[in-house]
Design a protein around this ligand. Sequence first.
Ligand code: PAF
Length: 286
Amino acid sequence: MQTIRELEALGPALAELRGRGIALRGQGATVALVPTMGALHAGHMALIEEAGRRADRVVATIFVNPLQFAAGEDLDRYPRREAEDAAMLAAGGCDLVWMPTATQLYPRGFATNVSVAGISERWDGAARPGHFDGVATVVLKLLIATMPEVALFGEKDFQQLAVIRQLVRDLGLPVAVVGVPIVRDADGLALSSRNAYLSADERRRAVALPQALEEARAAIRTGHEPVATILAAARARLVAAGFERIDYVALVDAATLEPIDTLDREARLAAAASLGKTRLIDNIAL
Ligand code: PAF
């Protein structure tokens, strides 16, 4: 696996990977991109594995994107484990990892903000103003720099996936966006780089999040109670487990992310809540 840091080195490395110049796109090897912020876990490795099934070459990026963190969030303490990440990527069959610096992606004078209206605004967008602009801006830059045929994102960040799909559709970008199912610990907690922040006690309590979603899903499927009552019970379950700030527990249309109160289409049950200083998100399909 090759590791690239300089933007200038990326083009030649990609050209070599494809077997021909990137100008001859489509005639060389196909490339799948897995953008990450590092601190990799089995969820990321599932993306790399799926990328390997979908394209000839797998490119990953590791970049803790300052634009998607609001002031006071965890940008400074976000886990950074470059050497371990590189070893995991190499073992997982990644061909090239690009680890740009912030100045390469956002040089002095950088003034562009990519904003996907509507779908960015609810849920995590409301709880973390500006977050999805930061995500859309960096993802667009990463896609332009690497020109992959396929780009893969985890379904844990379900709204992020929807925002990126909309971005790609609106701009007509020639890339297929693929969502990869959530990977969970044995007790059901969705893997996340932020789980590392949890104390042992918080980690034990955190399992209430997937459990509350599972229970709500079962109740919604049974159809005996109004959805609003079921969602209120899920919130109460989280409060009882020690979650302090509950940003949302919602049943949403899987495509538009609009809240729904009857199960008459493909839906997603999603929640975001904080245990101590750690904000966790999760979602399941209905
Ligand atoms: O999901 C993430 O890790 C990040 O939001 C992403 C897509 C790499 C953009 O920084």
